[in-house]
Write a protein that binds this ligand. Structure first.
Ligand code: SF4
Length: 288
């Protein structure tokens, strides 16, 4: 029989646990509906569980059209100042669950933009990144990759003179961020100041996950399709263990993945709920 282990460090990060706990406490009181501005977490299974408890996901245009006095929750990723202004004007109450680590990063970026050009290493259009860019009234330059950095240097989006400060979205890979910062440093030299802003929970998870993936014959990585952190961590697993598979739910498992395997490791992203990892582990055991 195959031995199945769950990575003890996988599952929701502190910011997501806090936001979901706040939403559940509010919903448990049952006094009024709760609207989430955007998906609370990049995981379809957890979203449908929360929807079952009464959480309604809305866009910003939908949120500002709600009846005054309705409650809108801001998720762990945070929002730009313009969102708070729009919600305030619409008369809705805000339950702000921006992760304290993201709030600190927003403040750092806001202050840096008053003295330097700001470059953010992150996913273009990601909600956290939109919230960060909003701190600079849209002036920050977002680069997604080394290629994006090269383009921004060549087309002058990153200015050829003056000071530059570099930040990372909290869930980026620390290794990739190190590569981007050294490439920018090679061009900007002393003009550049690099801020270490990958979330500590994410960077320690990278180290622990590599060990976990190496220790198992087969790795099953569980993440929602929209989780960018999930894609980064899955690639990390695959780089150390080629028998790694990415799934969204237990039904995606294939028995042939486990042929001749003595151990299987189940792990996931910062947006993957623990209950889902446990469900997948049980489903693997039941395949045999
Ligand atoms: S990854 Fe870190 S910074 Fe981002 S929400 Fe989670 S705890 Fe907060």
């Amino acid at each position: 029989m195959i031995k199945v282990g769950i990575d003890p460090h996988s599952g929701f990060c502190g910011g997501v646990i806090r936001a979901i706990g706040t939403a559940e406490d509010f919903l448990a009181r049952g006094s009024s509906p709760l609207y989430s501005l955007g998906a609370m977490v990049h995981n379809e299974e957890e979203l449908s569980r929360l929807a079952g408890r009464g959480l309604v996901t809305v866009s910003l245009p939908q949120a500002v059209a709600l009846a005054p006095g309705s409650t809108v929750i801001i998720r762990a990723h945070g929002e730009p100042p313009s969102t708070y202004d729009a919600l305030h004007r619409a008369g809705v109450s805000v339950l702000d669950c921006t992760c304290p680590v993201v709030l600190r990063l927003q403040k750092q970026i806001r202050e840096a933009s008053e003295r330097s050009a700001v470059v953010i290493f992150g996913k273009i259009g990601h909600p956290e990144v939109l919230g960060l860019v909003g701190q600079t009234s849209g002036r920050a330059i977002v680069v997604e990759s080394l290629e994006g950095l090269r383009e921004a240097l060549e087309n002058g989006s990153i200015p050829p003179d003056g000071s530059i400060e570099l930040f990372s979205q909290t869930t980026k890979s620390p290794e990739e961020y190190a590569r981007v910062s050294s490439a920018l440093s090679a061009r900007a030299g002393e003009r550049l100041r690099v801020h270490d802003t990958v979330c500590a929970q994410v960077s320690s998870r990278h180290r622990q996950l590599s060990e976990f993936a190496r220790e198992h014959d087969v790795v099953v990585f569980v993440a929602g399709e929209s989780s960018s952190n999930g894609k980064v961590l899955y690639e990390l697993c695959r780089s150390v263990n080629p028998r790694s598979h990415l799934i969204g739910k237990a039904e995606d498992l294939r028995p042939e993945w486990f042929s001749n395997a003595g151990t299987a490791g189940v792990c996931g992203a910062t947006s993957t709920p623990r209950w889902l990892l446990e469900q997948v582990a049980r489903a693997i055991e039941n395949l045999h």
